[in-house]
Write a protein that binds this ligand. Sequence first.
Ligand code: ADP
Ligand code: MG
Length: 381
Amino acid sequence: ALGYHKVVKENRNLYNMVQDLKGNIRVYCRIRPIFNAEATTVVDLIGEAGSLVIVDPSKPQRDGRKMFQFNRVFGPLATQDDVYMDTQPLIRSVMDGYNVCIFAYGQTGSGKTHTMSGPSGELTKDMGINYLALNDLFELSNRRKDIINYEIHVQMVEIYNEQVRDLLAEDSASSRLEIRSCTSDGGLSLPDATMHSVQSTADVLNLMKLGDMNRVVSSTALNNRSSRSHSVLTVHVQGKDVSGSILRSCLHLVDLAGSERVDKSEVTGERLKEAQYINRSLSCLGDVITALAQKNSHIPYRNSKLTLLLQDSLGGHAKTLMLAHLNPEADSFGESMSTLKFAQRVSTVELGVARVNKETREVMQLKEQIESLKKALASKD
Ligand code: ADP
Ligand code: MG
């Protein structure tokens, strides 16, 4: 039995290696649990890894069923660690000089903040990607300390109605940051945002608490701004090796504003303005990722603050992961469909014909490696 678990674990590592070989844009989908005992689910996991079926509650017969496929699908029982395990290789590549961008996308209440931050600012067993990522980076930095000297800094900002606010500044509430659009010279895209040096996960927890507090200050109970703004935690890594050469990279961890469409006939004023800003910036994000995947010569970064800010981590040699979140309740069917369509638009481009050969070869290599692992195990038993 032990041997079996080892094979499963090795398989997981191989799976991650294969993911690494694939294109630079990945899409994972996470389905949150249902909390309301009376609610029914419209999302089914099916045997095939990476696939799900969504059923239109108004026509549950055959034609109301639709299948979607992503690089990975996490069901309601998946733990924070399960999600992190498949995110880790991407995170770790930051230490090798790759820029990485991870987004949580989905309607309000679908679990974006749960995935990224975890249930609270405290240290719990359910810590999200933000904390686990930094923990991992510190560990790697420590493990490599004899060959590379790493420095890790973080910035944390919020984009609300196309204005960028520093969440770690003293005057956070009134801060208005400018984005520098040309970062190809290695400059920072947010030169004026407070930059904190972090040495341990304790430092990180304190900063996250500060950032969350500053986010809450400007919202009221009625106006829960956090679901209508994008929050961006940026981790800057600088590594200096023994020869003196320097490697610089950054990791953007983004908790996006809720993707739900608002009924234009029902909202007015501030709420309508917010909704329009959100719709526009999320569709800009989709446009940019699609343009990158299609290798277009023009990438429309300038169309929103969000894409402008993330420019250095989208495209080029950067790696992008979109985590699409679903609330599987029947009431959310419409929003879930729209999330799935957005996620598919971002991911299918990558599965074009040109990639098939490469993938087939990768799968063959994977199978060969599994076989050799099995043999190695058998000879040990
Ligand atoms: P969002 O940020 O998308 O608006 P939240 O992350 O705040 O959504 O999630 C809404 C509620 O559901 C929260 O109470 C959160 O703790 C809970 N939740 C979301 N996803 C999960 C999950 N995978 N497991 C357990 N609880 C979850
Ligand atoms: Mg949230």
